[in-house]
Write a protein that binds this ligand. Structure first.
Ligand code: 3E9
Ligand code: MG
Ligand code: MG
Ligand code: MG
Ligand code: MG
Ligand code: MG
Length: 366
């Protein structure tokens, strides 16, 4: 049985923004889905969820052709998430899922390969890859995108393992998986492409820069867990969500789990703001734009998350979601969360002897 939650306004220090041509993007992505998402029921659901607008929030100042690519890619990803991973037969067969995803990965890497030619999901990915290259992505950026797809696919295979066994991972394993399993890292190369710049690999792979990207992923995914809890817990099957992890393993009631999940994402948001402020001080122009776009990605996910039919499920049994955000955290502690795979994030702001309570010195928004 489903627990009922009322989600309060959550902390967001980021600025809302949307691409001026979001309505056109919405229309074009519906047309794309017509070709590439063949299941009518799945497509009808997806095109009603404002995914074009979501892409337009992620890249509010981006190249419009890349906003289109992103919108189509997000539709494609949700098609995989809903159609393959969560509700499909492969969602409980990790081995078969890995085999299928490996073929798709090859299509992304070598779109000319004569693989899965009659499969519209594969052809959609082929189309996306070709448009990413045609829009000027460098070979290194394309490789990054393929690698990010691989790490996303690995995490959904892990999720399928838990689902197949009816297991709930603990908070450490859940968090590690969730950094990738929201497909957030697959979006990052498109932030660069949409902004018309390329981050140098050495700058992108600095611990501090990877950490802020991972923090953005965690904030986006935990917020999704909070906003999608109503949809997920109301579905008939297995679901994996931070609220479920916290109630299952740590003896919390649903309300306590919600408060703890919010406190944890608030602390990561506080750390993200502080670490970005430090990075801005010595950032290259490319890194500045990348940090700006991480903030747009987080805020865009929040604005879309509280307003999409995907999560509101309007009708007989709607979700109780907030209509706005709050400007201060419920928990601003700068102590590390007790989550092993991400504990190192907190070392990055304390390593130079700065006090462990840092002032929030700059809003990383646009
Ligand atoms: C999805 O996980 C989390 C996303 C909402 C994060 C932001 C979206 C993207 C980066 C693109 C699409 C990503 C996917 C489909 C993983 P979850 O809990 O499966 O999403 P749901 O909407 O079903 O709650
Ligand atoms: Mg999922
Ligand atoms: Mg899902
Ligand atoms: Mg589901
Ligand atoms: Mg969810
Ligand atoms: Mg900006």
């Amino acid at each position: 049985t489903r627990g009922l939650i009322s989600v309060p306004p959550i902390y967001s220090p980021f600025w809302p923004a949307i691409h001026p041509h979001h309505e056109r993007v919405e229309r074009r992505t519906a047309a794309w889905a017509e070709t590439y998402i063949v299941s009518e029921g799945l497509r009808a659901n997806l095109v009603a969820q404002g995914i074009g607008g979501f892409a337009a929030r992620i890249l509010p100042e981006g190249d419009e052709a890349v906003v289109d690519i992103l919108a189509d890619f997000v539709i494609w990803l949700f098609g995989v998430d809903d159609g393959y991973c969560e509700d499909g037969a492969l969602g409980t067969r990790p081995g078969e899922l890995a085999t299928t995803l490996s073929r798709l990965l090859r299509v992304a890497q070598n779109p000319q390969a004569p693989l899965l030619e009659g499969d519209q999901l594969a052809n959609g990915l082929r189309d996306l890859r070709q448009r990413i290259s045609a829009r000027g992505a460098t070979p290194a950026q394309v490789a990054r995108w393929v690698d990010a797809l691989r790490e996303y696919f690995l995490s959904v295979v892990c999720e399928a393992h838990y689902r197949s066994q009816g297991l709930i991972p603990d908070l450490d394993d859940y968090t590690l998986m969730r950094i990738y399993d929201g497909a957030t890292t697959v979006v990052l190369p498109l932030l660069e492409l949409g902004g018309g710049y390329e981050l140098s690999p050495d700058e992108r792979d600095r611990d501090e820069v990877r950490a802020v990207a991972e923090m953005a992923s965690m904030i986006i995914c935990w917020d999704n867990d909070i906003f999608s809890y109503h949809k997920e817990s109301g579905s008939s099957g297995y679901y994996l969500n931070v609220l479920r992890v916290l109630t299952h393993h740590y003896g919390l009631t649903l309300d306590e789990a919600l408060a703890q999940a919010i406190a944890q994402r608030d602390r990561v948001t506080t750390l993200f703001v502080d670490l970005c402020a430090e990075l801005y001080r010595s950032a290259s122009p490319q890194l500045e734009r990348y940090l700006d776009s991480l903030a747009h990605f987080v805020r865009g996910s929040q604005d879309w998350g509280i307003s999409s039919r995907r999560y509101l499920t309007p009708g007989a049994d709607p979700a109780d979601l907030p209509t706005h955000f709050r400007s201060n955290p419920t928990d601003s502690s700068s102590r590390p969360l007790g989550i092993a795979p991400i504990a190192w994030w907190w070392d990055l702001v304390r390593s130079d002897g700065r006090p462990s309570t840092l002032p929030t010195s700059r809003n990383p928004g646009p």
